[in-house]
Design a protein around this ligand. Structure first.
Ligand SMILES: NC(=O)c1ccc[n+]([C@@H]2O[C@H](COP(=O)([O-])OP(=O)(O)OC[C@H]3O[C@@H](n4cnc5c(N)ncnc54)[C@H](OP(=O)(O)O)[C@@H]3O)[C@@H](O)[C@H]2O)c1
Length: 436
């Protein structure tokens, strides 16, 4: 299909462009400026500005088979109503899809209700005050022969962007991770690539007049997100709860209220009815060991295949951390190759062969994490061969609550990993304590 996409240069729009193109669609990008944007998988580019709805009228030419409207609201209900009119009118009587992007904030605080579905009444917070009326205006196009659909994304994360990137920047700038409002606040979240796949599914097969929650995880505690954002920023500290009034001085009152909004929202309908499969890592995992903490990679071309190998290596190191923090002896040992591995501790004790590593682990790991443990972050990956990698890790001592133990030295382990039978394993590892 030829799909007109507004907001095509944006955070979500960039991912939607890629997934539409991968699914065989031709993306006609609506941009504010006419300058070409090399590297984008756009079929064509058209100029228009939602602040001037008349400028959109020419963009929806007869060969446009679908419209996805991702450009943000203007803040003026009349202008946004005129935008819907301009984009939808050329589709009338065609049965072609018009997908409008709203957001879960139209639901307001969900209170005691768990995993609220699309049938719930709207109760918008200030920042999206009139948006439910725009949703209704969009859905009214069904009567005019348009396959009008609304997608409401949760808080979007991934690709190092979105609102979670604000948490990372704030933690880095302030030296302490922070979240806003009450301790128990939860956000419905969605990975930007999973969300992009929902847009592709909605264009292909959502029925006229339907509303979909683009939510991968229904209710992620924001305190956990803040802690993970701190980790991404290299700040290992207890997250600070910032009162909304104080947050308003930084973000403005409307956005501060949105950040402090507690919601539990279900994305189950899209899974069941549209066959949507949000399978990317969850928001906390993505912050701790994904796109918010880039890794230096050498010896492999910049490619999706290399990205997948680096992700698998990061998962292995996350397993090392999990096994050590939770004193899981067998799990820890399962991460080694069986044949002649070698492990040298930070204090220079060399364990030669699987049996020596197993015996030592069984002796020292149980009870080791009662007062202190460590976090492990991959910093550099060198592919010596496609199936052999030297991995530099930063190992920081922490208390069981995740806060840094300042008086204990860091470790700088280097793991030599081998890929055997499709899985990365530790072949050799050498730790070095940082002396200065
Ligand atoms: N991010 C989230 O967590 C989230 C959650 C729920 C809902 N949403 C909704 O999803 C939509 C997209 O969000 P996003 O995070 O991708 O935003 P974004 O990164 O800020 O991107 C906005 C896009 O809209 C374009 N745009 C801005 N003003 C425009 C105008 N006057 N006319 C035409 N195009 C304009 C921008 O183009 P330029 O390159 O010209 O600036 C850019 O391509 C918004 O409606 C947002 O409310 C986002």
């Amino acid at each position: 299909m030829k799909v007109l996409l507004t907001g095509a240069t944006g955070y979500i729009g960039s991912a939607v462009t890629e997934h539409l193109a991968a699914a065989g669609h031709q993306v006609v990008a609506l941009t504010r400026g006419a300058e070409p944007q090399p590297g984008r998988t756009w079929y064509a580019q058209r100029v228009g500005d939602t602040a001037d709805p008349a400028s959109l009228a020419d963009a929806v030419t007869p060969e446009i088979e679908a419209v996805i409207h991702l450009a943000p609201p203007s803040g003026d209900e009349d202008v946004d109503t005129a935008v819907i009119e301009a984009l939808a009118a050329p589709l009338r009587g065609t049965g072609r899809p018009f997908v409008y992007t709203s957001g879960v904030w139209v639901l307001g605080a969900t209170g005691d209700a768990q995993e609220v579905g699309e049938e719930a009444p709207t109760d918008p917070i200030g920042i999206v005050g009139y948006r439910p009326r725009i949703e209704q205006r969009v859905l009214a196009e069904v009567a005019e022969g348009v396959r009008a659909v609304v997608v409401r994304p949760g808080i979007v994360y991934g690709r190092g962007g979105g609102i979670p990137a604000i948490l990372v920047d704030r933690a880095r700038g302030r030296g302490v991770p922070e979240y806003y409002g009450e301790e128990g606040v939860r956000w419905p979240t969605v990975h930007v690539d999973d969300l992009a796949e929902l847009f592709v599914a909605a264009v292909a097969r959502a029925e006229a007049g339907t509303v979909w929650h683009g939510v991968g995880e229904a209710a992620v505690p924001v305190r956990d997100l803040a802690r993970a954002a701190g980790r991404a920023a290299g700040v290992l500290a207890v997250p600070l709860a910032v009162p909304v009034e104080q947050a308003a001085e930084v973000f403005g009152p409307l956005f501060a209220d949105a950040l402090a909004l507690d919601q539990s929202v279900s994305g189950a309908a899209a899974r069941t009815v549209l066959g949507w499969r949000p399978e990317r890592p969850g928001a906390v995992e993505e912050l701790v060991s994904g796109s918010y903490r880039p890794v230096e990679v050498f010896g492999a071309p910049d490619s999706p295949e290399a990205d997948a190998e680096v992700a698998a290596i990061r998962r292995l190191v996350a397993e090392v951390e999990h096994a050590r923090q939770n004193e899981l002896v067998d799990r820890f040992l399962s991460l080694f190759r069986r044949q002649d591995p070698v492990w040298t501790t930070g204090h220079g004790k060399r364990l030669s062969g699987f049996d020596e590593i197993a015996a030592y682990t069984q002796k020292v790991l149980p009870g080791a994490s009662a007062e202190s443990t460590a976090v492990y972050d991959v910093e550099r990956v060198l592919f010596l061969r496609p199936d052999v990698a030297a991995v530099n890790v930063r190992q920081q001592p922490v208390r069981p609550d995740g806060t840094r133990i300042a008086v204990r030295p860091e470790g700088r382990p280097c793991y030599l990993l081998v890929k055997e039978d499709g899985a990365w394993r530790i072949g050799a590892a050498q730790n070095t304590l940082v002396a200065d």
